[in-house]
Design a protein around this ligand. Sequence first.
Ligand SMILES: Cc1cc2nc3c(=O)[nH]c(=O)nc-3n(C[C@H](O)[C@H](O)[C@H](O)COP(=O)(O)OP(=O)(O)OC[C@H]3O[C@@H](n4cnc5c(N)ncnc54)[C@H](O)[C@@H]3O)c2cc1C
Length: 380
Amino acid sequence: MDEILIIGGGIGGLTLALALEKAGVPSRIYEAAAEIRQIGVGINVLPYATEVLAGLGLEPALAERAIATREAAYFSRSGALIHREPVGRFAGLDAPQFSIHRADLVDVLLGAVCERLGADRITLGARCVGARQTADGVTADLVDRRSGAPLPPATGAALVGCDGIHSTIRALFYPDEAPPRYSGVFMWRGVSRGPRLLTGASMVRAGVTSVGKMVVYPIKDLDDGRQLLNWVAELDLPDSASGFTRDRDWNKTGDVADFAHVYADWRFDWLDVPAMIRDAEIVLRFPMMDRDPVDRWSFGRITLLGDAAHPIVPLGSNGAGQAILDARALADSLSLAPPKAAFLAYERNRLPATTTLVMSDRAGVPDERLRAAHALEAAS
Ligand SMILES: Cc1cc2nc3c(=O)[nH]c(=O)nc-3n(C[C@H](O)[C@H](O)[C@H](O)COP(=O)(O)OP(=O)(O)OC[C@H]3O[C@@H](n4cnc5c(N)ncnc54)[C@H](O)[C@@H]3O)c2cc1C
């Protein structure tokens, strides 16, 4: 079979290349950035996704770098414990939950792609600006990311848009789609060195976005006994025409002065939040965004995957995990059928489930326990 062109070398695109390789389907990645690199913060990979990565033979490499999360712990805004429960293998599941530095996750994926497919299967600095299809193939139009000068077009049997929430490939089929939808919650993310958090493998959610919410989990054990803590501060922030909530870009540098005051009295016996914020090595800011689900991803020989297909608010730690599930489903379909039929089967398999998840995370379902506890605390 001719190659599958993968547009975008993020978590979704890299996992897809590995899943296709396992299925015996050749592929090639075109990535706009000059290097495949992730921002310096953490990510939680839920068991449904680590199971897929284990199937690709990556669990040992990931386990070496990640924290195998032991429990999810929920606290009120005043630091009172609401609930804690085991997760991953500690809850009896077949697969672990991994809290990991994004750079480590991508390093493992990229290393495997280079080893199994060859580094020459990744073209860097090539931004896809369009795609055309004929009866028996696709052509991707590429430009140099810096100069904008045209590059030789890429041809293949089919194309998968793994190019994220601002997907160029999605825009080909939805040219009038509105920009990503701001949820009304703004996030600042950082990493700080700090004392071991609870069990040393706990994922903590505390408070609610109306008065300040904080998500914290360790992503690395340090040699001095401390841990590298990944944290996300979440606050309700109304959209405004001039404010930074309008900026739909991710990964902008954040300023602690914009939110640290909200957490000034969050000094608990299990975590000193002001100290953690003060010691941040990096602070990034993000409007919490998603898009309305669409009812079609597959158009002949072109389909969408990951955030390009179903961007989701990061309340439930689902975005990358769903991209990983997409990758397995798409590779399975392509191992059984030619691209057009495979893409339709993949869409039938994955679109309804991701639509449900996008809408339930948009409705704030992962935070229900925190909101109920806050209402009780406020009433007492
Ligand atoms: C604050 C926050 C916390 C999160 N926490 C979690 C979590 O704990 N667990 C989880 O599972 N998910 C989490 N997510 C979601 C997760 O980061 C995304 O869902 C995931 O990265 C999507 O992967 P992707 O490969 O689809 O897209 P991306 O990671 O966006 O990758 C897209 C790639 O395509 C490239 N590209 C873009 N346009 C073009 C083009 N025209 N041509 C060529 N290349 C192009 C980009 O450079 C990029 O490398 C979080 C998200 C945020 C914002």
